[in-house]
Design a protein around this ligand. Structure first.
Ligand code: HEC
Ligand code: HEC
Length: 270
């Protein structure tokens, strides 16, 4: 007997024992409508230049990518958070749905953002930064930014008491472009943080009663909403809250924040 036979037998058996998933494009459409359309468009033509179109893509390819995004072998913070919430049959269904759609007619075609993910109740409070405490600074070498994080008193008090951040909490992340040296690398100050150059934006998360009710469960962060304000303190239009929600979604045990540890340390030191 050829020495490869046992291996081949094993592969054949393994493939045959994979559960045969019935593909249900109608169920896939319902899922796509509620969630995927926030970024990929209901017709599979995406809402922005940084998000791929899915319309007309091969179903087997879509399934393979979703499995890799689910198990983390393909890395993308937004899609990892979404794919981990999809059951194997969801993956088969959405792949069947998107592969059944005609591709974009022109490369520049874009879908509209979903109204429930554009609408936001998170605001930069009047008079900011009055009533806020800066609790940490973050260097971002990947995008040459330095970020200052601020919390209002409601958030600070809850963190001090070890409670989840409640309704009325507001966190503000100030984004600054780092000053670049002659070597095009950020200039580091004596405190170890990048020196700031141009102010870019305020990224805000706030929580209030019922604020999450129109957001699909796969994206929802309880009652947190997100927004972006310009350096002139005006609400920036056309921000897709779906991206904010997806990336912060896995942090459900720390009030959806990346920085609860730093906030708690600052609150206790005050
Ligand atoms: C909040 C925005 C957002 C939502 C909602 C979203 N996606 Fe994505 N998706 C992305 C981004 C961004 C990428 C690009 C990932 C990368 O660069 O690796 C992506 C990539 C993918 C890919 C890989 C495509 C390729 O060409 O390799 C698949 C498949 C996919 N998404 C399926 C889905 C499905 C199915 C849903 C709904 C259950 C969904 N996505 C919801 C943002 C989103
Ligand atoms: C790709 C993942 C990702 C996306 C998308 C994202 N964030 Fe974050 N966010 C982070 C990380 C990581 C931090 C921690 C600070 C840092 O590393 O810059 C953070 C921190 C924050 C904070 C400070 C509180 C905290 O969680 O620690 C706010 C406020 C915030 N983000 C708002 C937003 C808003 C508004 C959006 C959408 C416009 C958004 N984020 C989209 C990853 C993301």
């Amino acid at each position: 007997m050829n020495r490869w036979t046992p291996t081949l037998t094993f592969i054949t058996v393994a493939a045959a024992s994979l559960p045969a998933l019935a593909q249900d494009a109608a169920a896939g459409k319902a899922r796509a409508e509620a969630v995927c359309s926030a970024c990929h468009g209901l017709n599979g033509v995406s809402v922005s230049d940084t998000i791929p179109n899915l319309a007309g893509q091969k179903a087997a390819y879509l399934q393979a990518q979703l499995r890799a995004l689910k198990d983390g072998t393909r890395k993308n913070a937004i899609m990892n958070a979404i794919a981990t919430q999809l059951a194997p049959e969801d993956i088969a269904n959405v792949a069947a749905y998107f592969s059944s759609l005609p591709g974009a007619s022109v490369a520049s075609a874009k879908s509209e953002l979903l109204p429930n993910l554009v609408k936001t109740s998170a605001v930069l409070p009047e008079g900011y930064p009055a009533g806020f405490t800066m609790y940490t600074t973050v260097n971002r070498p990947d995008i040459n930014q330095v970020r200052y994080l601020y919390a209002n008193d409601v958030a600070l008090k809850a963190a001090r008491e070890g409670r989840p951040l409640p309704d009325g909490s507001v966190l503000v992340l100030e984004q600054h472009a780092a000053k670049l040296g002659a070597d095009r690398k950020p200039v580091v100050g004596s405190d170890g943080y990048y020196e700031k150059d141009r102010f870019l934006a305020y990224a805000i998360m706030g929580r209030g009663p019922g604020w999450g009710k129109d957001i699909p469960e796969i994206l929802r962060n309880e009652d947190w909403n997100y927004s972006v304000y310009t350096p002139e303190k005006k609400l920036r239009a056309g921000v897709n809250q779906g991206e904010c929600l997806a990336c912060h979604k896995p942090l459900d045990r720390v009030s959806y924040t990346f920085s609860l540890g730093a906030l708690t340390a600052k609150a206790k030191a005050n």
